[in-house]
Design a protein around this ligand. Structure first.
Ligand SMILES: [Zn+2]
Length: 261
């Protein structure tokens, strides 16, 4: 087997905590032929193929590894700040696969224990149902109005920052319909000129964020209070605290700020 003779990157998770190796005052994914910590006997070791076609190995552990001279654990989000971006991306993918693995032990149609057939496919031996990692698609909407943009604070944000309107795609709607609906539901505003900006895997736990730019058309801001605690238009020189740089939302806001110069 290839993995026994070649060094691979190891993605070892305890919940959302990722094991990292300290190296020359930086941190990296552990690299080696053998795993950096011993997995339990019944642990599934997943082969994760990166977008560049490189194979990594991932598994979950039952207890956190205490920090020592060589290793420490950090949250997946925080790993963005110290890992090379390509390694952060692989870690995100591994986290999604481990989340899927943990949540697909039984067939949702008939309750039979599933069997793993491919790196990202399980099959029910009773009814033939095939299970793949599900991805929840969510939109981000950057709404421009003259020289200002709409920023909101959602009650579920992890911090006091403000960001773009966001929401999950519903069955049967296009992404643009989702953008218009979410903006209307959350802020009461009608928008126009909805245009695609970009997208980003969002492994918390298994999402895809798709960003759109749109223009304000009409309406007064009326916040959906169960979800949002604040929301209004801000000009470039009076922006509140913004989301962290790992997010597509921040990339979109930075794009808008750049455009105001
Ligand atoms: Zn079944």
């Amino acid at each position: 087997m290839k993995a026994e003779t070649e060094q691979v990157h190891w993605l070892v998770f305890f919940n959302d905590q990722l094991l990292l190796e300290k190296k020359d005052n930086k941190c990296v994914l552990p690299l080696g032929i053998q795993p950096p910590v011993k997995p339990l006997a019944d642990t599934t070791i997943h082969s994760i193929t990166t977008p560049m076609g490189q194979v990594c190995k991932a598994f979950s552990i039952d207890e956190a590894v205490h920090e020592n001279e060589k290793f420490f654990m950090t949250g997946l989000r925080a790993s963005y700040d110290c890992l090379p971006y390509s390694q952060y991306q692989i870690a995100g993918k591994a986290h999604e696969i481990l989340h899927w693995d943990k949540n697909s032990n039984f067939c949702p149609a008939c309750g039979t224990p599933t069997e793993k057939r491919e790196p990202i496919m399980k099959k029910c031996p009773n009814c033939g149902n095939e299970l793949y990692p599900a991805i929840s698609t969510a939109i981000l909407a950057l709404i421009q109005k003259e020289d200002s943009l709409l920023l909101v604070h959602a009650r579920n944000f992890r911090g006091p920052f403000h960001s773009l309107v966001a929401g999950f795609l519903e069955t049967g709607e296009t992404l643009e319909e989702c953008v218009a609906r979410e903006v209307m539901e959350e802020t009461g505003l009608k928008i126009k000129n909805i245009k695609y900006f970009g997208n980003q895997p969002w492994p918390y736990p298994s999402g895809l964020m798709v960003g759109f730019i749109a223009d304000y058309e009409s309406g007064e801001i009326k916040l959906q209070e169960e979800e949002l605690s604040e929301g209004r238009f801000y000009t470039k020189d009076h922006l509140p605290e913004l989301p962290r740089r790992l997010s597509l939302a921040r990339k979109m806001i930075d794009w808008w700020i750049e455009k105001q110069k």
